[in-house]
Design a protein around this ligand. Structure first.
Ligand SMILES: NC(=O)c1ccc[n+]([C@@H]2O[C@H](COP(=O)([O-])OP(=O)(O)OC[C@H]3O[C@@H](n4cnc5c(N)ncnc54)[C@H](OP(=O)(O)O)[C@@H]3O)[C@@H](O)[C@H]2O)c1
Length: 233
């Protein structure tokens, strides 16, 4: 039996991944701020889930995660799905929230998980970054910058990782959740489809995966387009 923790399992992509892992016989520690939503997930398969609500931006994440590992009896996979952002540019109070979760809490959690798996000699970290992390944007500067931070942080962890430690960077385009930012959405995946593709990429221990797969094309175009063109888009 395998053991996983999902941070941000109360809704969206994290919740769908929690349901899949439970069906695949994982014991899953689920977190997020909304205890009631987490209990609803637990009620779908009570013996598979341990609920531990906490706010990653105000609590001691390392302590909470260590407690949760003890409760589920070990850890093979940690999924970081918690994230926040808004498409209001240059609202400093929103920017602070974005940075507190997507950068500061993310870093603390990645540190904790990497060191835990290093000491243990094996383990798998999966984090949901975004296609948004590939270039800047006038709509949500702090969100796009925070996702760039995550992408580079995960790449650095992959360079540090030795045998039996895997780091999967999941880069969605648009997924049908509260976090799908903007007015002109396209190629929007359902949460279910996104979670299935993410689960398969975890099984295959992929380094980087685009969700859905066709977003690789957008990523490729974004990386190729020169700045003097990109700045007018
Ligand atoms: N949907 C998209 O189009 C899209 C595209 C690219 C990337 N992403 C990324 O995918 C990830 C998952 O988002 P989603 O689309 O599934 O949206 P979502 O349904 O809004 O999920 C966000 C999750 O983050 C948790 N969260 C927010 N603030 C938190 C905090 N302070 N402490 C702990 N947990 C917190 C929420 O739980 P509580 O509210 O219970 O705390 C929720 O479970 C995010 O990192 C997002 O940036 C999404």
């Amino acid at each position: 039996m395998k053991r996983a923790i999902i941070i941000g399992a109360s809704s969206g992509i994290g919740k769908e991944l929690a349901l899949i892992l439970a069906n695949k016989n994982y014991t899953v520690g689920i977190t997020g701020r909304k205890a009631q939503k987490l209990l609803e997930v637990k009620n779908t398969n009570p013996s598979r889930f341990i609920v531990k609500p906490f706010d990653c931006t105000t609590e001691n994440n390392s302590e909470k995660l260590t407690d949760l590992v003890n409760e589920i009896g070990g850890l093979d996979l940690l999924i970081m799905s918690s994230g926040t952002g808004d498409d209001v540019a240059l609202d400093y109070s929103q920017d602070q929230k974005t940075i507190q979760l997507n950068v500061l809490a993310f870093t603390e959690i990645m540190n904790w998980a990497f060191n835990f798996f290093k000491d243990q000699g094996h383990g798998h970290i999966t984090a949901i970054s975004s296609v948004a992390g590939l270039r800047g944007s006038k709509y949500a500067p702090s969100y796009f910058a925070s996702k760039a931070f995550q992408i580079n942080y995960l790449e650095s962890l992959r360079k540090l990782a030795k045998n039996n430690i895997y780091i999967t960077d999941v880069r969605p385009g648009y997924v049908d959740t509260a976090m799908a930012l903007g007015d002109n959405l396209f190629w929007v995946a359902s949460k279910e489809k996104a979670a299935k593709q993410i689960y398969r990429s975890i099984e295959k221990k992929r380094d980087v995966v685009y969700i859905t797969k066709r977003w690789r094309l957008i990523a490729w175009a974004l990386k190729l387009v020169p700045y003097w063109i990109y700045k007018w888009l």
